[in-house]
Write a protein that binds this ligand. Structure first.
Ligand SMILES: [Zn+2]
Ligand SMILES: [Zn+2]
Ligand SMILES: [Zn+2]
Length: 338
């Protein structure tokens, strides 16, 4: 069975060992398990949304070969100086649409809003489990892939440890707030609006920008203009979901003009109800952290990650990328109202 091991030098958790494949899933070559009619090829649904005719519009189920498993006891233990634990967690798949081979940008707004609501509800539900310290929401959209990957889906990981990237973001936001009593992201948004060199799009509620130190060409971040640390709480009202949906869709359409292969991730606050946090550690989180979406397109030969040393090489500066993305029409639908 797989286990979680901590690299004590980088504080990065590594999942090592074999993933258990769920036994109740049949193998059938050629069939897309995410398409309507093939539901028997996936684990049982945790949640489904349905249209008035009763047909499902989104489906959520456990990954058939989960990286994390919900029934495992955490059992944190040591091996001499090293820390390890079981891979307690949840790994869920959200099928974004019954339609095969449709990219996220091409989903009708009504369907995209439904996906955002389902993601919100799954995060809220998983955060009720006090064993989980963080819930990650992400999506890998590939351009050329095996057929089953061509069906739009998102993934959720709920874990008893903080992912390293979030440890880093939370730490520097906390530090910025301790020094200045201001949110780092709010400061960033203010400067970006003032300089207007890296802004891709803006609505009444949201801003999209190419971050100053973009990791990849045409990287885009979407942030709410109104400060909020929690994606799932910010999306409580349907008017807010609708506002994000139309803005997000426009951004996706712009980015998909460059590449359809995208990595999309939502960064939100940790599970503040989780057990085991040091008292007062998250005292300023509601003020110091600002939820956001990061979109990283993959562009064939341009992709040069000097990953082994932690450097990224990006041939297109953020200012240039923003100019190109700004000029690209978001598609057939009118751009979000100002
Ligand atoms: Zn399919
Ligand atoms: Zn803020
Ligand atoms: Zn982030």
């Amino acid at each position: 069975m797989a286990e979680l091991r901590l690299n004590p030098v980088t504080r990065r958790w590594i999942v090592t060992g074999k993933r258990t494949v769920m036994p109740d899933v049949l193998e059938e070559t050629g069939a897309c398990p995410f398409c309507p009619g093939n539901e028997r090829l996936t684990p049982k649904a945790i949640m489904e949304t349905r249209d008035p005719s009763g047909a499902w519009t989104t489906r959520v189920f456990h990954d058939r070969a989960p990286i994390f498993q919900i029934e495992t006891p955490l059992d944190p233990r040591g091996e001499g100086m090293y820390d390890l634990m079981n891979t307690l967690g949840a790994h869920e798949i959200i099928v974004d649409t019954p339609q095969h081979a449709v990219s996220m940008a091409a989903l009708p707004e009504e369907q995209l809003a439904r996906v955002i609501e389902v993601c919100r509800d799954r995060i809220l539900d998983l955060k009720r489990d006090r064993r989980f310290r963080y819930v990650s929401l992400f999506k890998d959209q590939r351009d050329i892939t095996p057929a089953w990957l061509a069906h739009s889906h998102s993934q959720i990981l709920a874990t008893a440890v903080l992912p390293q990237i979030m440890q880093v973001e939370f730490r520097w936001c906390q530090e910025h707030y301790a020094q200045k009593e201001r949110c780092l992201f709010c400061d960033m948004v203010e400067q970006e609006l003032h300089q207007d060199k890296r802004v891709v799009d803006q609505s009444l509620d949201f801003i999209a920008l190419c971050p100053f130190a973009s990791r990849s060409a045409y990287e885009v971040w979407i942030l709410p203009l109104r400060h909020c640390s929690s994606f799932e709480n910010d999306m409580a009202e349907s008017a807010r979901v609708r506002a994000l949906t139309s803005f997000f869709k426009g951004c996706l359409q712009r980015v998909e003009n460059i590449s359809k292969a995208l990595h999309i991730v939502v960064h939100t606050e940790p599970n503040l109800q989780a057990r085991g946090w040091q008292a007062d550690f998250w005292q300023t989180i509601a003020n110091d952290f600002h939820w956001h979406i990061e979109i990283n397109p993959e562009i064939g030969e341009e992709r040069r990650v000097l990953g082994s040393e932690g450097f990224y090489f990006n041939p297109i500066p953020a200012e240039e990328a923003a100019l190109v993305l700004r000029a690209l029409s978001p598609g057939a639908e009118p751009p979000p109202a100002e």
